[in-house]
Design a protein around this ligand. Structure first.
Ligand code: 5GP
Ligand code: ZN
Length: 138
């Protein structure tokens, strides 16, 4: 299902032109408007899902395979040293467009880009408790 006021729905379905690098029945992959590096690509499902946790199982099953296919093409063309696969869910996690998407960010040795987080110390007892809590909730 599409959402009329969603920009990524409109781009994914071809209503707004984009620099498309891949398209099939389920997805359109486009170049990011404000790329972290040349070739930074976004994979957009053609159906609207707010984020990963809202998504159809069938779409999710295809999403990572599609990332693999496009990423292989990017490595071939861009000759990058690595690729970050990034996927943000919720504003607190950095999601700015509320339509499920996956970032493929080409990386080069010493490029100085950051896809990272600050590491904290962990307490073994607390870790046990958290692991058990999540395991119960899954
Ligand atoms: P998020 O922060 O939600 O994970 O990522 C959204 C991404 O979409 C950002 O990297 C941003 O640059 C990109 N973006 C936002 N609006 C547009 C647009 O209209 N066209 C394209 N190609 N990229 C967009
Ligand atoms: Zn949408």
């Amino acid at each position: 299902m599409k959402k009329d006021d969603c920009i990524f729905c409109r781009i994914a379905n071809g209503e707004i032109p984009s620099n498309t690098v891949y398209e099939d029945e389920y997805f359109r992959a486009i170049l990011d408007l404000s790329p972290a590096a040349k070739g930074h690509t976004l994979i957009l499902p053609k159906d609207h899902f707010d984020d990963l946790f809202d998504a159809d199982e069938a779409v999710l099953e295809r999403l990572l395979k599609t990332a693999q296919k496009i990423g292989a093409g990017m490595k071939k063309y861009l000759n990058c040293d690595g690729i970050n696969v990034v996927q943000n869910n919720g504003a607190a996690a950095g999601q700015t467009v509320r339509h499920l998407h996956v970032h493929l960010i080409p990386r080069y040795e010493g490029d100085g880009q950051m896809v990272t987080w600050k590491q904290n110390a962990s307490d073994p007892e607390e870790q046990k408790k958290i692991a058990a809590g999540i395991a119960d909730a899954v």
